[in-house]
Design a protein around this ligand. Structure first.
Ligand code: NAP
Length: 274
């Protein structure tokens, strides 16, 4: 059951280069192939927003739109959502220069100046993508070391139209009808400066979408805890992908979680049938 776009966060990814066996593809291509494959295997796909899951022991009820599904087991793979900066006028200027998706909005800023905020894999990958579209890209990161994979950090450092601004935080977004700049503060020197820009792409991390399942055990950051069989603390409720508490969030680990969860569900249902 999918509420909006089959594939979720991966569809925002301009280029996937770390999935074994497939050297390069876009996130959309990957999601389309996945959908074709599961449909060919006989899975039924429903486009609905799940609004609740009720655990009645051996029977789970899943509410989606006007429908109610009854299941012996449920795999929760609801993923994560992007975090906001929390700055004044951030919501007001979203779509008017502030964006959380380079694939969706990057082409509007062809040959213009853009700012990317963040220092993780998303920020550096999306900055690399934007460097092929925009005139200049300024990456603003709050520390002096990136958290992203070293290989992509090395690549971004080679780009002539990318400026890396370390130890800096954005204090204010400038612009009335549309974004025209950002005011930054150097966290070491406290120096304030303004960077003129046509767009601000925000990639400051993700938070898990766990509103549906308040009774499940979670780690300190709110991600769902499972055992190595992807079983949560509630028998019959399994969890897979980015919403699960784990050390590495990549497509390959999400796919791995999914395979383990599906296998565990099969075993679990067999125990119910005994
Ligand atoms: P992330 O790894 O949590 O990185 C978030 C970045 O934003 C960090 O550099 C953080 O700074 C910075 N940040 C957080 N709050 C901020 C704030 N209020 N102001 C300014 N900067 C702020 O998030 P992500 O890059 O979205 O990645 C999420 C997960 O998906 C990660 O596990 C990542 O590895 C994975 N992912 C993998 C790939 C890939 O495999 N190619 C691609 C995309 C994402 P600090 O470094 O100082 O904490």
């Amino acid at each position: 059951i999918e509420k909006s776009t089959f594939g979720g966060q991966v569809t925002f990814s301009p280029k996937i280069e770390n999935y074994p066996g497939i050297p390069e593809m876009t996130g959309n291509e990957f999601a389309d192939k996945l959908l074709d494959q599961v449909l060919a295997m006989g899975a039924e796909v429903e486009m609905e927003k799940v609004t609740g899951i009720i655990n009645e022991g051996n029977r789970k009820l899943v509410f989606a739109g006007a429908k109610k599904y009854e299941a012996k087991a449920v795999i929760i793979a609801v993923g994560v959502k992007h975090r906001q900066l929390g700055l004044e006028r951030e919501n007001e200027l979203t779509g008017k220069g502030i964006s959380y998706c380079a694939v969706c909005d990057g082409p509007f800023f062809r040959n213009k100046d853009v700012v990317v905020i963040g220092g993780g894999d998303s920020a550096i990958n999306e900055a690399l993508y934007l460097s092929s579209i925009a005139k200049n890209v300024t990456v603003i990161h709050r520390r002096n070391k990136f958290r992203a994979a070293q290989s992509t950090v090395d690549r971004i450092k080679q780009k002539e139209n990318v400026t890396l601004m370390y130890d800096s935080v954005v204090k204010e977004i400038v612009g009335s009808a549309v974004v025209t700049g950002v005011v930054t503060e150097n966290v070491e020197t406290k120096a304030i400066s303004e960077v003129k820009t046509d767009a601000v792409f925000v990639f400051v991390g993700m938070s898990p979408k766990t509103g549906l399942v308040s009774t499940l055990n979670k780690d300190n950051s709110g991600y769902i805890i499972t055992d190595e069989k992807m079983q949560t603390n509630v028998p019959g409720l399994f969890c897979a992908g980015d919403v699960r508490s784990k050390p590495l969030r990549q497509i390959v680990t999400a796919v791995s979680d999914g395979a383990v969860a599906a296998h565990s569900v099969e075993e679990y249902i067999q125990t119910l049938n005994k």
